[in-house]
Design a protein around this ligand. Sequence first.
Ligand code: ARE
Ligand code: CA
Length: 477
Amino acid sequence: QFNPNYASGRTTMVHLFEWKWDDIAVECENFLGPKGFGGVQVSPVNENVVAASRPWWERYQPISYLLTTRSGNEQQFADMVRRCNNVGVRIFVDVVFNHMTGDNVNARGTGGSTADPSNKSFPAVPYSNLDFHPTCSINNYNDKYEVRNCELVGLKDLDQSKSWVQDRVVDFLNHLISLGVAGFRVDAAKHMWPEDLEKIYNRVNNLSTTHGFDTGARPFIFQEVIDLGGEAVSKNEYTNLGVVTEFAHSNSIGKVFRGKDQLRWLINWGPQWGFLNSDRALIFVDNHDNQRGHGAGGADILNYKTSKQYKMASAFMLAHPFGITRVMSSFAFDNTDQGPPTTDGQNIASPIFNDDNSCSGGWVCEHRWRQIYNMVGFRNIVAGTAIQNWWDNGSNQIAFCRGSKGFVAFNGDSYDLNTSLQTCLPAGTYCDIISGVKSDSGCTGKRVEVGSDGRATISITQAEEDGTLAIHFESKL
Ligand code: ARE
Ligand code: CA
């Protein structure tokens, strides 16, 4: 439950928010597999309410556990999981079982099921009002009973202590395991009692050996618990059950790279910042909520719109050994309710790929930005090494080695960085994987000359597109 079950040599998942299953299958084969991504978090797979104007958040309002959504049907989902596993990329499903939909008259689901949410009747599961907590709303996050037994933004709150509810959820999760998924993001885990979750997790099957997992492998479980301190529910209540989303990481990295804190303080990045231990922390720069002002962190959170700082924060997260890393991949938005790009206002459109790997057609595809996918590769290559030779200039210029396998430098000051630093790498010429890529003909970016003493002149001017430089032993020319 703590192991992402990645194929060997891989370390990082990407959240392909609102992508269609057919598109994810192709992306695994053409891009994620070759570039070394370990897995994909997919949007909720089970039937959700069809909401007017099709906001992204309709997928967090379940109608049933049929696997039909705007991303595709069960057969397309199963095909995607199989094809991604075949190229070493795992699938993690965002599972929503704290609640069903909000009040809604004549609700219709993406799979054609109907429900009467106002009377807590969901015949396609089936659930009746006996399966839910009595109606009350969550107003006071200092009361853990209210947080767990009342309705989050009016969503009908399931009672996970009931055996009928446990059975339905376990069946749903086991169905997904039988199709070859590697684990789950548990939505709104904070709003469920840890003892109920424990009962459910304990009944979930081992991963499917017919899909290539080791005998006895447990599904990876990462639980969405927002804990920035000062509330009744603590992230520590969940760490014996699985990994937990570390929102303090998202919040702090946003502050640092927005200039509200100095980069030199990153020297003790990790639990000393109040984060969970590394093996329990699912970390990210932004998620699908806080990139648009939902969830936690407010204006300190970075997203694709502030691209230079966003790429620097992502590079730091991926270069630093702390945590289990997740990269966000977004669609462009102007307002916080806006759903994904569509062909006709209803059906989700596929991303369009440009020659430089980037996306268009309304998709941002941060995971296809060179500065991000090359750092996913960096993390794979330096895995297992520690930070050494930390350097800083006393403010916002920092650099460190990862063992003798990689070196990274950041310039967050408004003046140039140009100095001789220890890279810990063998002598030679290296290609900076932030400003370019190593290619057959050499390097499309900056070159770094490492001397026999391991030192090199490192330059990141204040005017450069990116404030990061990274080299590793496979970027040697
Ligand atoms: C939508 C409408 C609502 C409407 C409701 C029911 O926006 O106005 O009342 O439907 O009709 C997402 C959206 C919601 C959306 C919901 C259902 O964000 O806007 O409601 O889908 O469609 C808390 C929870 C945390 C949750 C965040 C958003 O603790 O679990 O709120 N995050 C997950 C998902 C979301 C999703 C849900 C849960 C629901 O990632 O995408 O909601 O499935 C402090 C607290 C946090 C709290 C935060 C915000 O920071 O510490 O615990 O997070 O405030 O309230
Ligand atoms: Ca609840």
